[in-house]
Design a protein around this ligand. Structure first.
Ligand code: PHE
Length: 334
């Protein structure tokens, strides 16, 4: 019996299968219920006691070797099959590339215009304290913008909040840099407002700040005119209307001639021929002083605009909520 087992061991060792059928044939011969190994186990009870140990061990070795060999060849044959199916000349699967979000397009375009003028990008945190959002920007204690209506507070006393505008980044830049300062700060801002076609509780702004000796309102106007022409076309006109912001004096709101009707009057500009796009002004001396900049030596201008609004005007989008719905049919158009 031992001879028989050793012969089968040698056969197993040398066995090789070129096809699955050959392998299956071998498996049936060796391991099936009526196969060689099962038969040997049946015969095993006739083996004399003194040989039982040796024969039993060898028989187990044979069984394991046969199982190992079959498994090994099965995997090898399967891999060959996969490789035979692989056509390396085929093009790869069409990968579904995303597109840049329209707000990112607009932000990048705005940044590009200002970097050409020497502005550098700065960023600040979305969670801010009262100093950076309000106090350092000359907001009187009773100013309505501090009201719970507008601001999402995270903690009260001391107040921690989600920033309501990117003007907070101005403060951080003035903290860390000495004039001349020429920076733009894009970022997300948050206001406790009802969501509608025209307003959202989350939106994006870009802030601009320029501080140096002898910066004048004329510099502000020229910078913004250049910007408006670059974004909305060379024929674009701007007008500045007096306005109020605590952190600028004088302050203004800037309109551009309606990019859709060219100023003749249409639904979008409500037949005025003008579209309001940003707030701006000369940095209030109180703000410079609060941030350690000598207001007798330096002057500056600042401006802030909503990226959603700019994108809506540029592409004629009527509902601001589209930007946040992530509907690819909308997003793919940009
Ligand atoms: N922070 C203002 C706003 O959110 C915009 C602004 C920025 C106005 C800078 C003037 C100067 O409405």
């Amino acid at each position: 019996m031992l001879e028989k087992i050793n012969a089968l061991l040698a056969e197993t060792e040398h066995f090789f299968a070129k096809t699955k059928d050959e392998l299956e044939e071998f498996r049936i011969k060796m391991l099936s219920k009526k196969g060689e190994i099962s038969n040997l186990f049946v015969e095993f009870k006739n083996v004399p006691n003194e040989l039982k140990k040796e024969v039993g061990q060898t028989l187990n070795v044979l069984k394991n070797k046969a199982q190992e060999k079959i498994e090994h060849l099965r995997i090898a044959l399967e891999n060959d099959e996969v490789q035979a199916d692989l056509d390396l000349s085929l093009t790869s699967y069409p990968s579904n590339l995303g597109t840049r979000h329209p707000l990112s397009h607009m932000r990048n375009e705005i940044i590009e215009v200002f970097t050409r003028l020497g502005f550098v990008i700065s960023e600040g945190p979305e969670i801010e304290d009262d100093w950076h959002v309000f106090s350092a920007l000359n907001f009187p204690a009773e100013h309505p913008a501090r009201d719970m209506q507008d601001t999402f507070f995270i903690e009260k006393n001391p107040d921690i909040m989600l920033r309501t505008h990117t003007s907070s980044v101005q403060v951080r830049v003035m903290d860390n840099q000495k004039p001349p300062i020429r920076t733009i700060s894009p970022g997300r801002v948050f206001r406790n407002e009802a969501i509608s076609a025209r307003a959202h509780c989350i939106f994006h702004q870009i802030e601009g700040l320029y501080i140096d000796k002898d910066v004048s309102f004329a510099d502000l106007k020229q910078t913004l005119l250049y910007f408006a022409k670059e974004i909305f076309g060379a024929e674009t006109k701007i007008r500045l209307r007096p306005s109020y912001f605590p952190f600028t004096e004088p302050s203004a709101e800037m309109d551009i001639s309606c990019s859709l009707c060219g100023g003749k009057g249409c639904n979008v500009c409500k037949h005025t021929g003008w579209l309001e796009i940003l707030g701006c002004g000369m940095v209030d001396p109180n703000v410079l002083e609060s941030n350690g900049i000598d207001s007798k030596v330096y002057t500056g201008f600042a401006f802030g605009m909503g990226i959603e609004r700019m994108t809506m005007l540029k592409y004629g989008i009527k509902d601001l909520r589209r930007f946040f719905e992530n509907d690819v049919r909308f997003l793919k158009q940009f």
